[in-house]
Design a binder for this molecule. Structure first.
Ligand SMILES: Cc1cc2nc3c(=O)[nH]c(=O)nc-3n(C[C@H](O)[C@H](O)[C@H](O)COP(=O)(O)OP(=O)(O)OC[C@H]3O[C@@H](n4cnc5c(N)ncnc54)[C@H](O)[C@@H]3O)c2cc1C
Length: 393
């Protein structure tokens, strides 16, 4: 196919957010949509994502984005086409003792939104998943339908559906510059040629700060390095076993295809910040020292994991904003330039609704599926970072 010289809307980045936006824009018949990816689809954070799909948040906005996204994972074949690898395992989220009252308040908040969640005791944990140590769990949150999906399959499935609806998706095409004339976006320069367009959406994940610089703006996005490991699941565990966020041990875990258990850490110290120089040269294997630490914590929760052979691990990067929530929306002063970046480690499960909300914002001037205005990029300059009423400490 010839290289497109014009577009109505250009999306920079072929991760799960970019392709979801391409899918929703083409569904709304927003004109000629061109998505540009410098490597291949899901080459960034998405391809490394742990793929947890759950709705527990300590703020209503992200919970709603996750809630409105869940049906896409559950009914992917019907709504998008193909298989996204979604497995409903049930999901438990524990809380450290000092956060138990916040957990109660957040579960009550989530229930008012319609999230299928409930508070459970240590005894309930034992009934649901007897292989988890539960004597140190006074209270936890449970979501029966949650689980995980395959980030690659989700991304390629959305991309194929977007293509069927008319989107042009170019891989191996790096955006190298964004033209802004008189405060209006005019198009992009790429490694394969120039494209004129009045609207450009920056969905470049952890590279979002660099792409924003091409339009002459500076945004505050840290690049976070996160490592995960996998062991062979011991035969004493059911298949699939539960998906868990274990705050006491600072780990999360879920089953992985091939009879494996995937687990990662949630200690902020373990998720180091990379400089922009390191972004394209980081090691994508897990450091053995960290893997052993995580494994020890995994065994604190599931004793039988002591017998589990270590199989593999990897590392990836994601972009984190100053308040830990995405930057979604237009940039005042640069007509036609939008951000959908900074998902701070949560973006996969929210991608279906984020794509829809951003498409509606661009087309109608407001997001209808979920009001994303609290995540407008200008909130920091306005002194209004976003936070729920009962943030976990
Ligand atoms: C190890 C790990 C585990 C995670 N676990 C979870 C989880 O369990 N659940 C969850 O919800 N989220 C999780 N996340 C976060 C989630 O994966 C991300 O929020 C999400 O994938 C972000 O998608 P994205 O499309 O915004 O970014 P990306 O997937 O990074 O996509 C951005 C794309 O832009 C491309 N690009 C960059 N610069 C340019 C340019 N100049 N021109 C063209 N293309 C460009 C990149 O190559 C990349 O493919 C995890 C992240 C990591 C790293």
């Amino acid at each position: 196919m010839n290289f497109p010289s014009t577009a109505d809307i250009i999306i920079v980045g072929g991760g799960v957010i970019g392709v979801s936006l391409a899918f929703h824009l083409t569904r709304l018949q927003a004109g000629k949509i061109v998505l540009l990816e410098r490597k291949h689809l899901a080459a960034g954070a998405t391809g490394k994502s742990s793929g947890l799909v759950r709705m527990h948040y300590d703020n209503p906005l992200e919970a709603e984005l996750a809630l409105k996204s869940l049906p896409t994972f559950q009914h992917f074949d019907e709504l998008i086409g193909g298989d996204c690898g979604f497995v409903s395992t049930g999901f438990i989220r524990t809380a450290k003792p000092h956060n138990v009252e916040r957990l109660r308040a957040n579960v009550a908040m989530l229930q008012t939104l319609g999230v299928p969640t409930e508070l459970i005791t240590g005894d309930d944990v034992r009934t649901l998943a007897g292989y988890l140590r539960s004597d140190d769990i006074p209270l936890a949150a449970y979501e029966a339908p949650s689980g995980y999906a395959d980030p690659y399959l989700t991304t390629t499935g959305l991309a194929q559906a977007a293509r069927r609806q008319g989107a042009i998706i170019r891989q191996n095409t790096e955006v190298t510059g964004i033209d802004v004339v008189g405060g209006q976006v005019r198009g992009v320069h790429t490694s394969a040629g120039d494209i004129a367009a009045p609207i450009v959406v920056n969905a470049a994940g952890p590279w979002g700060g660099l792409v924003a610089q091409q339009a002459g703006i500076s945004i505050d996005i840290d690049v976070v390095y996160h490592q995960v490991a996998m062991v062979e699941t011991p035969p004493q565990l059911p298949s699939p076993h539960i998906t868990l966020i274990d705050r006491e041990n600072s780990i999360y875990l879920r089953p992985e295809t091939g009879g494996l258990t995937l687990f990662g850490g949630s200690n902020s110290g373990e998720n180091r910040i990379l400089s922009t120089d390191e972004m394209d040269s980081y090691s994508d294997s897990i450091q053995p020292q960290l893997r052993n630490k995580l494994l020890e914590r995994l065994c604190n929760r599931i004793e039988v994991m002591e017998t589990a052979p270590i199989r593999k691990g990897h590392a990836g990067i994601y972009g984190r904003s100053r308040d830990g929530h995405a930057l979604l929306g237009p940039i005042p002063g640069i007509e036609g330039f939008y951000l959908a970046v900074g998902f701070s480690g949560h973006g996969f499960k929210e991608a279906p609704a984020v794509g829809q909300a951003m498409a509606e914002l661009i087309m109608y001037g407001e997001a209808r599926v979920v009001d994303i205005s609290p995540l407008r990029p200008t909130r920091f300059a306005e002194g209004q970072p976003y936070q729920g009423s009962h943030p976990y400490l």
